[in-house]
Design a protein. Structure first.
Length: 550
């Protein structure tokens, strides 16, 4: 190109040879550009070929960083003492993370933690930080080291940890969702005033849990041992769970105030709150051998851990008979034969009321193993009975509050006093439920003495039934307001119809083979009962005695 430029400069203007040189220069420039394009394409192809023919980089796991620029790694099951590429940031090098190595096994890149891997339950956290895991029967235990993210993290037996696929390092602690569902961060805020009726049961449990704290000196003079376990038993729907929640709220507050006033334990911190562990009995049952026992151990371990954090834990077990049933001699395996001893041994480890409080609730206390109910484990057995007329009125007053809208005509009849209207509504509902009329008959029980006893609606009422009646009445008032498009309120007819509907839907009776057990929920021992029959309304509006059960 330089020669062409020199020739063009040496030729005079309008020389015909200049046109030939211009064409030659243009042709050379096009050829050069085309060659550059071909060179670029060839370079790309060469790079692709080089990548496709180059050996693959291996992926390993970082085990340790013994020194600056050095790493102990494992690749394919073999360990190596390798160099680290200076371009790799030291902050990205974490124990347990995946790393990329070249042909010389030098670490050239970090890939982060593997998102997959088996999950194991921790057996023991060793003092030096290593972790021990038990495996299935017949297999050896494993000792693993912690990843960088687990260094300094408090781990305890039973925690679920994800380990790397090579079974060398514990990478991540997993949240136990099942255990988390049992624990409420705060004790329920239910107060004794929010529980209608059940004054005898409330008085009994308050004396058992509050008196030793309110009058500590008097109890110390008598060397009184504070109870650590309570059993609430009675028919379903009568407030056992509510009483347990109120007891937890009251006791947590009293213990906290007691310690703030100077009462302290030598090894445990002062109580600053509470933790309510609500367990439904069947949740613990598991088909795998030993899993139910492990859940019981984890439950008490979690309660003790919350106590060490400064909270007073309450273990409330509903439907306790399902997991703490009476043990029987049998060749076949029964879950109660192992669960009951485990529960008893855990309870024996609770020193006093200030550590962990156990509250059991059951509809069938006769099915619970006597070893659980003996004094020293469950110290107080409190019966929660069906409400009588006065108790039922108290329960209705809890649900029928002055904030509820009332029919204006109904309020006007009582001189604008809503309190009088609600009192009148409660009286009407109570009279409708408890009156001894033929239409209120539900069951006829024939006793061994030859006596026939008729059970009326009032004999089978519960707090849950009364709550449902009020809910039905509210639904009727809401529906009437939606349909009319005008403001409306509760009327007496809403409650009276709700009573009829509630008991009509609740007239389902058990089959013959279950009637004997079902009778125990009615406070009638089956040994004294010969037969049970139910009343149904006939076509001509008269009552007929039908449906023989026993």
């Amino acid at each position: 190109m330089e020669l062409i430029e020199q020739c063009l400069a040496s030729f005079p203007e309008n020389d015909p040879r200049q046109q030939i040189l211009y064409k030659l220069r243009h042709s050379i420039m096009l050829t050069a550009a085309s060659q550059q394009q071909r060179d670029a394409e060839f370079k790309k192809i060469s790079e692709v070929v080089a990548k496709l023919t180059a050996p693959a980089n291996r992926i390993g796991t970082l085990l340790d960083l013994p020194g600056e620029g050095l790493a102990r790694i494992v690749v394919g099951g073999a360990e190596y003492y390798a160099n680290v590429d200076p371009r790799v940031a030291s902050a990205d090098l974490k124990i347990g993370a995946q790393i990329l190595v070249n042909e010389a096994y030098a670490v050239i890149k970090t890939l982060g933690y593997d998102l997959n891997g088996p999950v194991l339950k921790l057996t023991e956290a060793l003092p030096d930080g290593r972790l021990r895991f038990e495996q299935e029967m017949g297999r050896q235990s494993m000792i693993l080291q912690r990843s960088s993210d687990l260094v300094g993290v408090e781990l305890k037996a039973g925690d679920e940890l994800r380990i790397d696929p090579g079974h060398r390092i514990a990478i991540e602690k997993l949240e136990d969702r099942k255990a988390k569902t049992h624990v409420l961060d705060e004790v329920p805020t239910v107060t004794w005033e929010q529980i209608g009726g059940q004054q005898e049961a409330i008085s009994a449990i308050r004396k058992a849990i509050e008196y030793p704290l309110l009058h500590a000196e008097t109890f110390q003079q008598f060397k009184f041992t504070q109870p650590k376990g309570f059993l609430l038993y009675g028919p379903p729907g009568c407030g056992k769970t509510l009483i347990g929640q109120a007891a937890a709220a009251s006791l947590s507050k009293l213990v906290s105030e007691s310690m703030a006033a100077g009462g302290k334990t030598e090894t445990l911190p002062a109580i600053t709150g509470g933790a309510f562990l609500h367990i439904k009995g069947p949740e613990i049952l598991n088909m795998w051998l030993g899993e139910s026992e492990r859940m019981v151990r984890d439950l008490f371990a979690k309660a003790r851990a919350r106590r060490r954090e400064g909270a007073l834990p309450f273990i409330f077990i509903d439907e306790a008979e399902s997991i703490l049933g009476t043990r029987r001699a049998s060749r076949s395996f029964n879950i109660s034969s192992t669960l009951v001893p485990m529960f008893c041994s855990e309870m024996d480890g609770i020193e006093s009321l200030r550590d962990v409080v156990i509250i059991l609730a059951s509809n069938r206390p006769d099915l619970i193993d006597p070893a659980v109910l003996r004094p020293g484990r469950i110290d107080r057995k409190i019966k929660v009975s069906r409400p009588n007329r006065e108790s039922a009125a108290e329960i209705l007053n809890v649900y029928l509050t002055n904030e509820l809208p009332l029919d204006q005509a109904l309020v006007a009849e009582r001189g604008g006093d809503k309190a009088k209207v609600f009192a009148a509504l409660v009286d009407e509902v109570i009279d409708q439920i408890y009156k001894r009329t033929d239409e209120n008959r539900l069951l006829s029980i024939r006793l061994r003495s030859g006596q026939n006893k008729v059970l009326y609606r009032g004999d089978l009422v519960s707090g849950a039934i009364l709550s449902s009646i009020v809910q039905r009445a509210k639904e009727k008032a809401i529906d009437r307001m939606i349909q009319s498009g005008q403001s409306a309120g509760l009327i007496a007819k809403d409650l009276s119809e709700s009573v009829l509907e509630e008991f009509r839907e609740g007239e389902m009776l058990p089959p013959d083979d279950a009637a004997e057990e079902w009778l125990k929920l009615l406070d009638h021992h089956p040994e004294q009962v010969v037969g049970v029959s139910s009343f149904r309304r006939g076509r001509q509006t008269e009552e007929r005695l039908i449906n023989q059960i026993i």
